[in-house]
Design a binder for this molecule. Structure first.
Ligand SMILES: Cc1cc2nc3c(=O)[nH]c(=O)nc-3n(C[C@H](O)[C@H](O)[C@H](O)COP(=O)(O)OP(=O)(O)OC[C@H]3O[C@@H](n4cnc5c(N)ncnc54)[C@H](O)[C@@H]3O)c2cc1C
Length: 418
């Protein structure tokens, strides 16, 4: 029998390789040159005579950072480029201009976007609303796609983080309304959100097994109070504690089925959060490794470049290995998701590797750059924080390991041989 070697296992199909190069080119040309300007300004700085007000840009997407600002003129230009290249809607369903390249395509795009701390403007539409009712589509999904509305995701509570099934926020039906009471905490972007996706207990007996429901709550509904939390990620008021005191929500704002909210929230977390941590890591690390290689060749100590020292070379190698491993696991997860498989274990693996290994590799990159790695004008320290947060946000390292351990014990050999 004649053996012909396949493409290597991590190879992308040609159309996705083309997409990757397209996004890389746009980010390289349009976003990276703005980084220094972005990282040396803050929202609300004195207006730039040529560019106008310095804006807070949605860099909190996927919980990275809010460390910089762009002028209105730069933001408008980037928005125009995003729309002209089609990237603005590339990852949306095809009826909204999506490219139809599935989860793997979205991963490839996200990876390339993450090579710069300057975001290319794209709408942040919550995938849980892609199958929503007609009213919800018109009132929430479509305005979000047009960039007119923003949302926040409210699951975590003061006594329910890793174990969201123990949440205490309740929603009780009264006529054609639901009345929500309780407290959510660590909610990103709650100050900017025009609506909130809130998970609440509707059947205390069933809880996560059919007793938790998702609601769309307009942010200006009476009874909602916000209290800011300063974290090192976004510094001032990046997250919020939200209190719901008899907040009335129309019955038409229930998302999906009554009791189906926990499953909706988890399915969204798997693809839109956990897998995304893989792309965040590979995006940040590929660029970081390029910077570390360049720096190590140019920086001389004791008469020769630090790149000639084994201590530095081994750190470069460790980063290379992490990038390849995180990407391989993430591609496998995305490909399996596109085939309709249950990818909970693979997403937990991509999340763990992206957060834990991504962070240790960014630590190596920072080490190679020495003091320059800590300078705020460079993206390194920002990526470092973003990746460290990846070990907590969206489910901690320990919870991902718990999920993987369950699968290892229950599925056995079919898991690692598949
Ligand atoms: C910056 C930031 C942004 C966030 N944004 C949002 C948001 O937008 N929306 C939202 O809903 N939430 C958000 N969160 C909340 C985040 O998802 C939770 O912080 C996270 O899930 C961990 O929950 P916790 O903080 O309650 O930790 P805990 O659950 O109290 O865990 C504490 C420690 O115990 C460990 N642990 C817990 N259970 C086990 C176990 N069974 N076995 C072993 N170890 C265990 C954990 O891994 C962790 O190390 C955000 C958090 C932060 C910090």
């Amino acid at each position: 029998m004649k053996y012909s070697a396949p493409e290597f296992m991590g190879a992308l199909p040609p159309e996705l390789e083309e997409l990757k190069q397209l996004v890389r080119g746009v980010v390289q040309r349009e976003c990276i040159p703005l980084e220094s300007k972005f990282l040396t300004h803050r929202p609300g700085d004195e207006p730039d005579p040529k560019g106008g007000a310095w804006l807070e840009t949605p860099t909190t997407r996927n919980e990275t950072l809010v460390d910089g600002a762009l002028t209105q003129a730069d933001w408008d230009r980037l928005t125009r480029i995003s729309k002209e290249t089609g990237l603005y809607s590339a990852t949306l369903p095809e009826e909204y201009g999506g490219f139809g390249f599935g989860v793997l395509g979205s991963f490839v795009i996200a990876e390339e976007f993450k090579r710069s701390v300057v975001p290319l403007p794209v709408p942040e539409a919550p995938p849980v609303l892609f199958d929503c009712s007609e009213i919800q589509r018109e009132k929430y999904l479509e305005p979000t796609i047009r960039g007119e509305k923003e949302y926040c995701f409210c699951q975590t509570e003061p006594d329910a983080g890793s174990d969201p099934g123990s949440m205490r926020t309740t929603a009780v039906r009264e006529g054609d309304e639901w009345v929500i009471n309780g407290t959510k905490t660590f909610i990103s972007r709650a100050d900017r959100a025009t609506y909130q996706l809130v998970l609440a207990v509707t059947d205390p007996e069933k809880r996560q097994h059919g007793g938790i429901t998702m609601f769309i709550v307009d942010a200006d509904t009476p009874g909602i109070t916000l209290a800011p939390i300063d974290t090192w990620l976004a510094q001032k008021a990046g997250q919020f504690t939200i209190t719901y005191d008899n907040v009335r929500v129309p019955a038409e704002n229930l998302v999906g089925e009554e009791g189906g909210g926990f499953r909706l929230g988890q399915s969204w977390l798997i693809i839109s959060d956990r897998l995304t941590r893989g792309s965040m890591a590979t995006g940040f690390l590929t660029r970081g490794l390029e910077m570390a290689v360049e720096w190590s060749k140019a920086r001389e100590t004791f008469g020769k470049p630090i790149a000639e020292r084994q201590a530095i070379q081994w750190m470069l190698v460790d980063v290379f290995l992490d990038i390849k491993a995180i990407r391989a696991m993430s591609y496998e997860c995305a490909t399996r998701a596109d085939r309709g498989e249950d990818v909970r274990t693979y997403a937990a693996a991509a999340k763990f590797m992206g957060g834990n290994w991504g962070h240790r590799s960014m630590d190596n990159i920072m080490q190679i750059l020495g003091g320059m790695g800590e300078v705020l004008e460079s993206p390194i320290s920002h990526w470092y924080r973003g990746l460290r947060h990846g070990r907590i946000g969206g489910g901690t390292d320990e919870i991902q390991k718990m999920l993987m351990a369950r699968a290892i014990l229950n599925q056995g050999v079919s898991l690692w041989e598949a």
